[in-house]
Write a protein that binds this ligand. Structure first.
Ligand code: COA
Length: 176
C-alpha cells in the first residue's frame, strides 16, 4: 500500500462526526491483523448507527471532555486521538482513558506521534492520570506509549475476544 503524506493536526469539532464514523468503519477490513488494537463492535455498524452512538460523545466534547484531536488530509479525518474521563465529578474524575486510531494508508509517517503530543499536552490541564489498554501484539501502539512515558501496570489475559479467539492486553498508565 502506498503511504500518503500531508496532513494537519487540529482539535476535533462537531463537524467531524461523519468523518470519524467513516474512520471507525474502515478498521473492519483489518480484523485479522495482530496490529489492530482497537476494540470493535462485533457487527459492523452502518454510518447511521454510528452517528447515533457518537452524538452523546460529541455533546460531551463541547463540554471539554473528551480532549480530542484529529489529523486531517484532503478534507477527511485520517486519524484521531482522545482522552476521556469516564466518570466526571467522581473520585476517579482525574483519570482519562486514551484511545487513538490512524487510517491504514496514513500510518507510519508520524501522525500517531503528532496526535498524541497534541492531546497529551492539552490533557495536562484536565487530568493527572491517563490509562489505556493496548493489545500485547500491537507493536506500533506500544512503541508510541513507551515513547510518551507510559508504564505497564499489568497484563490482562483474555481482555479482547475477536473472531472466536481471546487476546491479552496491557493496561498502561502515565501520571501527568
Ligand atoms: C497505533 C497507531 C495509532 C499508530 O499511528 P501511526 O501514525 O502509524 O504512528 P507513527 O507513525 O507516529 O509511529 C509511532 C511509532 O510506531 C512505530 N511504527 C509504526 N508502524 C509500525 C509497524 N508497522 N511496526 C513497528 N513499528 C511501527 C514507528 O516507528 C514509531 O516509533 P518510533 O517513534 O520509535 O519510530 C496506528 O498504528 C493505528 O491506528 N493502529 C490501529 C488502531 C489501533 O491499534 N489503535 C491503538 C489502540 S490502543
Amino acid at each position: 500500500m502506498q503511504r500518503k503524506q500531508g496532513y494537519r493536526i487540529r482539535q476535533m469539532g462537531i463537524d467531524d462526526i461523519l468523518s470519524i464514523a467513516r474512520l471507525y468503519r474502515s478498521l473492519y477490513g483489518e480484523k485479522r491483523t495482530p496490529l489492530l488494537g482497537e476494540a470493535l463492535a462485533k457487527k459492523k455498524p452502518t454510518e447511521g448507527e454510528l452517528l447515533q452512538t457518537e452524538i452523546w460523545w460529541f455533546r460531551d466534547l463541547e463540554k471539554g471532555n473528551p480532549i480530542a484531536s484529529v489529523a486531517e488530509a484532503d478534507g477527511e479525518v485520517v486519524g484521531m486521538c482522545n482522552v476521556k474521563c469516564n466518570w466526571p465529578g467522581s473520585e476517579v474524575g482525574h483519570v482519562g482513558e486514551l484511545d487513538m486510531t490512524v487510517r491504514k494508508d496514513y500510518r507510519g509517517i508520524g501522525i500517531g506521534k503528532a496526535l498524541m503530543k497534541d492531546v497529551m499536552d492539552r490533557s495536562k490541564k484536565k487530568f493527572t492520570l491517563i490509562q489505556t489498554y493496548v493489545m500485547t501484539s500491537n507493536v506500533p501502539s506500544k512503541r508510541l506509549l513507551d515513547r510518551f512515558g507510559f508504564k505497564i501496570a499489568g497484563t490482562i489475559p483474555r481482555r479482547l475476544r475477536r473472531n472466536g479467539k481471546y487476546y491479552p492486553d496491557y493496561l498502561m498508565y502515565k501520571e501527568l
